[in-house]
Structure formats: C-alpha cells, structure tokens
Write a protein that binds this ligand. Structure first.
Ligand code: AMP
Ligand code: GLY
Length: 421
C-alpha cells in the first residue's frame, strides 16, 4: 500500500521510519518531509495551505492512507476535507481539533464535565483582564486562546508582568485573538499521556516525559522540547485510571455532545499534584520529541494500528511494546529558541553508527547537492533504547561527540530526574 505523511519534523521522520518497517508498504510520500525522510520516502514539496492541490496529488498517486503529524492542518480542517473525497486519513476532524485549537473550547468542556484543571477566567477586553489582575494571586498564568505554536503562554510573577502579557496577546503577538485566558498557577510535576483513538474506542500509547526548557536543570526559555524519556517516571496504575476516568472519558463525552468523535493521537498535558492529575492542555497529535522517543519501542505494525483507527477496529488489535527504556536528545541550532542561523552545514553525519536500538531522526534539515544543512531550530533527534535510561543517554552522548557539530547545542541532562537521582 501507499502511505502519505504530512509534516517535516522529527515526529514525522519517526512515523515515516516506523511505517517503513511494515511489510505492507510499497511507497511512502512525505509532505514535505526533511533530509531524513528523503532516504526512505518521496518528499513532495507542495503548499499545505492548499488542501485542493494536496487532495489532487493524493488521488492521482492513489495513496491509501494519510497520516497528519502537526496540529495546524488538523485545526484547519484537513481531515474533514480529505474525507469528503473518500481519502482514508488518520487524525481528528476540525471540531475535535479544537481541543488544541482553542484553549477556551477545552476549558468549557472541563467546566461542564467537572474535569480537574486550573481555575480560570475568560476575558474579552484588556480592561476587564487588567481589573481582574489587580486582585488575583501570583504567579498567575495568561494564555492566548488561539494556536500559538507552543508559545502564547505567560507565567507571570507580578501584576506588572501580567499587564505586559495582556497587552502583547491582545496586540496580536500570536495572531488575532478575541479572548484571553487567565488561570491559576498549578505547582506540581508535568506529565504527558498519550492515547490513540478510532472514534469509538481508544487505547493508551505508552508514556514519555519531555524537557521543555532550553537549559540544563530545566531552566531558561520554553522550547518545543529539548529531549524526552519513556516511560514517564510518574505513571502508576492508580494515576493512569484517574487520567482516563476523570479527564479523557469525560472529554470524549463532551466532544460527542458537540457531534464529534475523536480519531487520531491525543496528547494529554497534565500537572500531577500528589498523584492527582490536572489537565493543562490537550494536543491533537503526538508530541515532538515524545513521538521519536516512543515509536522505536513499538513492536506491533504501526500501519495496522493506523488502519484499525480509520476503520473503527481498534478494539480488534493489540498494541505491543518492546520492554526497554528509551531516551531522546534533541540537537538544536545555536541561538534557539531565539534567532539562529539557517543553512548551516552539518558534517560528520556519516560517522554516526546506528543499529536496532539506536535511531537518528531528522527535524529541521535540508538535503542540497549531497550535503545536509540545518534549516530549523530543532535539527536532529538522537534516540537510544536500553535496559536503563543512563546507558541510553551515554550511548547518545557518545554519538554526539562523533557528530561534533559546532553549529548546534544540546542538553546533556535529559532524564536527570530518573538517572541522576
Ligand atoms: P500550554 O501551552 O498550555 O501547555 O502551556 C505551556 C507550559 O506552560 C506548560 O507546559 C506548563 O509548563 C506551563 N503551564 C501552563 N499552564 C499552567 C498552569 N496553570 N500552571 C502552571 N504551569 C502552567
Ligand atoms: N513536546 C511538546 C509538544 O509536542 O507539544
């Protein structure tokens, strides 16, 4: 069969490589892919904002299954559009994708179904928001309502900082926004929980914990994710049940009431306080780099899983995992998450030794005239599976020494809360 993957990051390269392992696959297309997917798939550079051009290509090439990696096309309704042309596509529809597309949409479901989350208020004007900020407790959290590519969230320690946040959001720093959300600051430890859905049922999809801050010791600015490890150190049976029964099932009920069924990956971002889960946010896709961290542990054929989700047959299959731990370190361009140089050559990639427990997934890379260049903030993902996370990290750092790329940097302390206790 022929599979198409939408996206160009490390997440999509890892999906591409995992799909490639299936003996059902004849051909893979990546829209647009990167220098890593180029070796195992056909990279197709078309404008993803034009659903029609994409649809025409899919129909012309007779692609059997489309997997959507990032949130933007999901929130913009790509799944609804392709399904109108009877194209099989893995991912949530436009209504369901509002779980990520609008924080207020999610909060309203939380309110209706008493899902544990931070107390919050919705404000339509700068004045109303500022009035509230005079009397609230600090730190407080201020969020733009719309998709802001992981940005658009401010943790404010004072009224002065909060006013700056309100001004920036309403002035359009993250695109047009009609509302802002001000919410209680939750003090606990974050955890990501992944499930996979077919519209009728769902299954858990292993856990992973990412490190969002740019500097070692989880300090500095927020990023898309500097590395991750799997499984998460916080997960236990009791917590898992609470997440499913107090958060995920009521959310699905809320969606159903709005006429939407959930199909695709669901990423539940949580704050865990004394073994109690609080919902921070939903993402309607796999995490990046959590996806790269988790997928190498998958024993089952991922194509069977995607097809089962598209055909509402997820209850008929088992998802099996390799019993190992996994760790991922992300190599970024120097300067990220602020300004960084583009088109910096990455040499030495041929010196990296990979095997069945070692993976290298590309993210912001471009292949040009036999050379590979960094074109994004997050550039490469090194993943290693092992019996213990410490060995996995050592193996990666060994390979990173061989890479010795002076255009980039990475965190050496990924997984420190488990490894370096
Ligand atoms: P979000 O985009 O909603 O995931 O927020 C980005 C990051 O801000 C999260 O990963 C948390 O680290 C932090 N954050 C968001 N909401 C809260 C909250 N209510 N309390 C504490 N931290 C938060
Ligand atoms: N690693 C965080 C995210 O994918 O949103």
């Amino acid at each position: 069969m022929k599979v198409g993957i939408i996206g160009s990051g490390g997440r999509e390269h890892s999906i591409c490589q995992t799909v490639k392992k299936s003996n059902k696959i004849d051909e893979i297309f990546c829209f647009p892919g990167n220098a890593g997917t180029k070796d195992i798939a056909e990279n197709v550079n078309i404008d993803l904002d034009s659903f029609e051009i994409l649809k025409n290509f899919i129909l012309e090439k007779k692609i059997d299954l489309i997997i959507v990696g990032p949130e933007k096309p999901l929130v913009n309704g790509l799944v609804d559009y392709l399904e109108k042309f009877k194209i099989k596509v893995f991912g949530p529809n436009k209504i369901a994708a509002q779980l990520e597309g609008s924080k207020i949409f999610t909060k309203q479901i939380c309110e209706k179904y008493k899902i544990p989350t931070a107390h919050f208020g919705i404000f339509e004007t700068k004045n109303d928001a500022k009035k509230f900020l005079k009397s609230t407790n600090y730190p407080t959290v201020i969020k733009a309502d719309n998709l802001a590519s992981g940005k658009g969230v401010y943790i404010c320690n004072s009224e002065k900082e909060a006013i700056v946040a309100v001004e920036e959001i309403f002035n359009g720093k993250f695109g047009l926004t009609k509302n802002i959300l001000i919410e209680e600051f939750l003090k606990g430890e974050e955890m990501s929980f992944f499930t996979i859905h077919d519209g009728k049922t769902f299954k858990t999809f292993d856990t992973a914990q990412d490190h969002k801050r740019v500097l070692e010791g989880d300090k500095g600015k927020n990023t898309g994710g500097m590395g991750a490890y799997s499984p998460s150190r916080l997960i236990n049976k009791d917590l898992k049940n609470k997440i499913i029964y107090k958060i995920i099932i009521p959310t699905l009920k809320g969606l159903k009431e709005l006429g939407a069924e959930y199909k695709g990956f669901l990423y539940t971002g949580l704050m865990i306080i004394k073994n109690e889960p609080y919902l921070i946010e939903y993402n309607v896709r796999m995490g990046d780099p959590e996806c790269q961290t988790i997928l190498p542990k998958l024993k089952s054929d991922i194509t069977d899983i995607f097809l089962a989700c598209c055909e509402e047959k997820l209850d008929k299959i088992d998802i099996e995992w390799i019993d190992k731990k996994s760790l991922c370190i992300v190599v970024c361009s120097k300067g990220y998450p602020d300004a960084f140089k583009k088109n910096v050559e990455i040499e030495n990639l041929s010196k990296i030794k990979l095997d069945k427990d070692k993976y290298l997934f590309h993210a912001g890379t471009l292949y040009k005239e036999s050379k590979i260049y960094a074109i994004g903030g997050r550039v490469l993902n090194f993943v290693s599976l092992s019996e213990d996370l410490g060995s996995a990290r050592d193996e990666i750092i060994n390979n990173l020494d061989k890479l010795n790329w002076d255009g980039g940097f990475y965190r050496k302390d990924i997984g420190y809360k488990v490894i370096d206790r």
